[in-house]
Design a protein around this ligand. Structure first.
Ligand code: DLL
Length: 435
């Protein structure tokens, strides 16, 4: 039997699931305390002993761990096994300061790939499928994670990596790719390219597994239309393993968190208080099966909410809603909280594609915010609507969404640089976070 194929773990009644989590947590806390000096010191400082944790109800007693802790402990400070037992590292794409490096034993890799395999199965994947992986390979977890999951499911795996759209399209048509795995922004680019070339009837894609960056329902709709597929969201982060920490099922209504491996909490990002189900707050994860790099109560900075409402797919694992943003990437512009996803919603609702850029600046102590958005080729060809009129309409949509005046510049199709990985949506020239 394949490892990942454990429907009894994905559909377990809640009481049984929580019992399993409690057993795993108790063992894990002792394991981490015994093997990682950093945790031992941190727990001692907080006055918590492993014996104080007798189940998931005691989780809140443990101290949080943050990205700063990870950076401070770089590279080996959080390792819980001898280096000789590790077989892989992956790393975040952090552009400043020290990177975060995550370590994996062979067992950790197996579990991570199982999680990705579950995501592929939830998107309808079987050994009959051709799985086209154009997440980046290398230190980034996207390519290796989905690649491993695809092997486990038994799909024919195309390890394309990102970029080179012509080659992607050629393999996609020649080999009959049926499942596409990449960032949603690259999926949108591919959709655009397919339609420009009039190739839609030559592709056999049926599903896409898109994540690694925030994307809206409007963007999902556009991708589904342009590629003729069902688009599934997948979430994860390097620190916790990579993609597959949670993923959507056919309901496309929130991502099931793999609760036999990860315990999720939502906290108030300012006070650290644990919030009840349904409230928006910061997502925190505790790994209960990882061996090499086992994080307890790791603060993700992602803002979302959870629901245990019954899902028609039969999975009982809690669902997280699409992240609303990050507690650290929310922008305060003219004193107002602005999430890039709100701006995207307005643009896509008005028929634009997700080809836009937000430029924030501060001039004479006043914030300025400008949204540059590309016309679609159809809009560019339609001379009946003046550009000024289009800009006015977006300004008004943004005003009612955000409550502030945003400058808008509509630009020619293809004039904003395309991304092959995560899109750079925001250019904040204010450098508010520089120390
Ligand atoms: O992006 C892992 C991944 C690869 C997930 C491929 C899904 C698919 P990192 O580079 O460490 O890992 O970035 C993690 O990206 O904390 C979120 O802020 C964001 N993120 C990841 N998936 C989603 C998603 C990978 N589906 C950070 N929706 C996370 C919104 C996401 N944001």
């Amino acid at each position: 039997m394949k490892n990942y194929y454990q429907p009894e773990l994905e559909t377990m009644p809640l009481e049984q699931l929580q019992k399993l989590q409690s057993e795993r947590l108790v063992k894990q806390v002792q394991y981490v305390y015994d093997n990682v000096e950093f945790y031992r010191d941190k727990m001692d400082e907080a006055g918590v002993k492993p014996g104080d944790i007798s189940g998931i109800d005691d989780l809140h007693k443990l101290p949080f761990i943050t990205k700063d802790d990870l950076r401070d402990q770089y590279p080996y400070g959080l390792l819980a096994v001898p280096l000789k037992d590790c077989v892989r590292i992956q790393s975040t794409s952090g552009t400043t300061g020290r990177r975060v490096v995550a370590f994996y034993t062979q067992e950790d890799l197996d579990i991570w790939e199982d999680c990705c395999a579950r995501a592929i199965v939830a998107a309808g994947g079987t050994e009959e499928d051709v799985c086209h992986v154009c997440y980046g390979y290398g230190l980034f977890t996207g390519g290796p994670g989905l690649n491993g999951g695809s092997h486990k499911v038994g799909c024919l795996t195309l390890p394309m990596s990102s970029g080179n759209t012509e080659r992607q399209l050629q393999f996609m048509t020649d080999l009959g790719s049926t499942i596409l795995c990449c960032t949603p922004s690259y999926a949108a680019n591919l959709g655009e390219a397919v339609n420009e070339r009039g190739m839609k009837d030559q592709i056999k894609l049926k599903a896409g597994i898109f994540g690694a960056e925030p994307w809206t329902e409007e963007m999902r709709h556009n991708i589904e239309e342009s590629l003729g597929i069902k688009a599934y969201d997948i979430y994860g982060l390097t620190e916790i393993s990579g993609p597959g920490v949670s993923f959507e099922c056919e309901e496309q209504a929130g991502m099931h968190i793999q609760e036999d491996h990860f315990i999720a909490e939502i906290i108030n990002p300012d006070t650290g208080e644990v919030l009840p189900e349904g409230e928006l707050g910061e997502l925190v994860f505790t790994c209960i099966t990882k061996k090499a790099f086992p994080l307890l109560r790791y603060r993700t900075r992602d803002l979302c909410w959870l629901t245990r409402k019954k899902c028609s797919c039969g999975r009982t694992h809690v669902r997280m809603m699409k992240p609303r943003g990050r507690s650290d990437d929310m922008m305060v512009v003219k004193g107002v909280n602005v999430w890039p996803s709100q701006i995207e919603t307005v643009l896509l609702n008005q028929g634009y594609q997700a080809n836009y850029q937000i430029v924030v600046d501060r001039v004479h102590n006043h914030d300025t915010i400008e949204v540059q958005v590309e016309l679609t080729p159809e809009m560019a060809a339609d001379s009946s609507v003046a550009v000024e009129e289009r800009e006015k309409k977006i300004v008004s949509g943004l005003k009612s969404m955000l409550g502030i005046k945003v400058d808008v510049r509509v630009v020619e199709p293809k004039s904003i640089a395309r991304s092959e990985g995560k899109a750079v949506r925001v250019i904040d020239k204010r450098n508010l976070y520089q120390s």
